[in-house]
Design a protein around this ligand. Sequence first.
Ligand SMILES: [Zn+2]
Length: 280
Amino acid sequence: MPELPEVETIKRAVEAALKEAVIERVTVKQPCLRQNIPTDFAKQITGARIRTFERKAKYMLMHLDNGKTVIWHFGMSGKIKIESATTPNEPQKHDHVILETSKGRLIYNDPRRFGLIALCDTTNWRKNPLFINLGPDPWDESFSPDYLAAKLAHKKTTIKVALLDQTIVCGIGNIYASEILYLARIRPDRTAESISATEIKRLIKLTRQVLQQAIEAGGSSIHDYVHPDGDIGYFQESHCVYNKIGLRCPQCRCNFAKTGGIKKIVLGGRSTFYCDTLQK
Ligand SMILES: [Zn+2]
């Protein structure tokens, strides 16, 4: 599933390819995604020029010059492919939406169809039901130590589950939650309310750092996620604990023979990886 760094990477690549392009033709082959694509989708965006892009949580926003914004979410398996206008490839299975523009073709492919393509008015996209309950992005100033302390106070769920709660902070996915807690030296199964003020500051700093590094590396590539330009991201090579069960963690000083290395537990239904020695 594309997480925040992957979506940011997709956004940057699509922006580089299609900024200021005019949408000339829109084909919707399969409107049934997580939500149905609006029936007048093609009519509303054909002829418009693509102005700017933004990302909120795992959504990519494509602002057009006609006052409309196209909202993209990639669900479990959504991908965007960009092709030059002169050399279109053969259509592939699960190519659901095609935007032909003055600068090339954008193809939305999604085998499992949990993604979403929606339209809203640019002026009030933040009030869209998709975004209204989302917490701040990790880099927002409002994601402050006081804010996070208030959100975690009296919370009996584990810190790992709290970090995945998109109403608290958006964009931390399952892989990054394990990585952030490892670097912060915090056990993932501690209750949210037990996290100290010092640890909260560390968590905020490391959340920003880990996600920023992942964006710079071009996003993780787990399973079938592919970049718009066809390259595969390589952040997974720098994961410390995620999917590394039984291996030594990068900074481990423990008696490996005794501990058996990185452990896996399930919290909130999601796989969680940590080092029993380093994380307290
Ligand atoms: Zn370790």
